[in-house]
Design a protein around this ligand. Sequence first.
Ligand code: PFF
Length: 454
Amino acid sequence: MANRGGFSSRIGFIVAAAGSAVGLGNIWKFPYEVGQNGGAMFLLVYLICTFLICFPIMIGEIAIGRRAQKDAYGSYKSIGGKKWGTIGLFGILCGIMILSFYNVVAGWAFGYFLEISFGDLLQSEDFRSFFGGYVSDIWDNLIFSICFMIITAFIVVKGVSGGIERASKILMPMLYVILLGLIVYSLTLDNAIEGIKFYLLPDISKLNLETIYSALGQAFFSLSLGMGALITYGSYIDKKQNIISSAAMISVMDVSVAFLAGLLIFPLVFSQGQTPSEGPGLVFVALPGVFNAMGPVIGKVVGGGFFLLLCFAALTSTISLLEVPVAYLVDEKKLPRKAVVWMLAAFIFIVGLPSMLSQGAVESFSSLGFYGDKSFLDFVSEVFSDISLPLGGCLMSIFIAVKWKTQNLSDEISEGNESYKGSFMEKAINLILVYVSPILLGLIFINTVLDKFF
Ligand code: PFF
């Protein structure tokens, strides 16, 4: 991807986009969001959001990128004029802010891989205190997140088509295998059934605005939507690709990894007597217990392997997050790619420092008085991901509805899919993009802002 050459193949694109989608959002964020927002009810709303709202939005993003063959800002601008480019700029800002905290959490996963494989984490008496101590330790955090950002930048400089496409083809199936293996194991534990009930039996009384907005935000975050990542990736594919089936594959892969992560975590949480509403520490507290129970040698291998795969999953996502602002500066400002990548990586790392210090290291970042005493990391994640990504999706739908027009969208999609025009799929997608998404997402956005800030 070092120039506008594009992905090497259809599979290359799907793997890269699925790599962008599958990441910490599925294995770290999804389970703790389920845990905090009413279990199965959250899962249900999340699935509805994914297939009803996000799937058409993904198709819209890929089509815009492929039509314009430009970065997020340039795509909106070249189709709709400068004013519409603002949506792209907003997405780029979200990408920068999301990467700033994402990289911190990726650093935790990297640290856990090392501590489990080569340290004595599994001998710890209390995994919750271990996690608390771990994330408030400035030095470990600094070192690991710097490492993560450097590796990300290094790959983005080189371009993703060679190494990362090939690596993802091996690593993604491995992630499935290790998840499935662990699920089988966790289902045999005492009380596992309580976890399954919590995760799979919806309780209607848990349905409220908070659940809906969190599930919606999670669906956007998990599918890498609403900030132009898929516009950028879509700009690298050729006209022969079938956008609908590619988007379907990406969505199914993403949802299945999140679903499996929940199926693993909740039996563990209940069998170990932990609370599902633990928050961002959930997987870091729940998983070591099971690795510990496997015995010192197997635990180290399986536990280390799990966190290493999590790091790879995170890496294919950080790459796409960094690619969004990089593509903008390269395409629009004609700056040299290599310099842009390193400059942005350094800048975003610095922007992430308050998030890093907000897990106990610095009190004023850990508990923001103006934001319900939540941490700075929570604040950035809620504002730039949970709230802003659905807003980005809403604006994109409006762009298609009033500026680009569904006729042009259909023309673009049918380039790689002749039977698209006149199909049920076409009608459904147009209906959702023109009416459902702008109205529903708009209302939820207004409600959430009023609820959170006023
Ligand atoms: N989808 C990624 C995850 O679930 O971990 C996070 C992400 C990547 C969000 C890329 C947005 C993005 F553009």
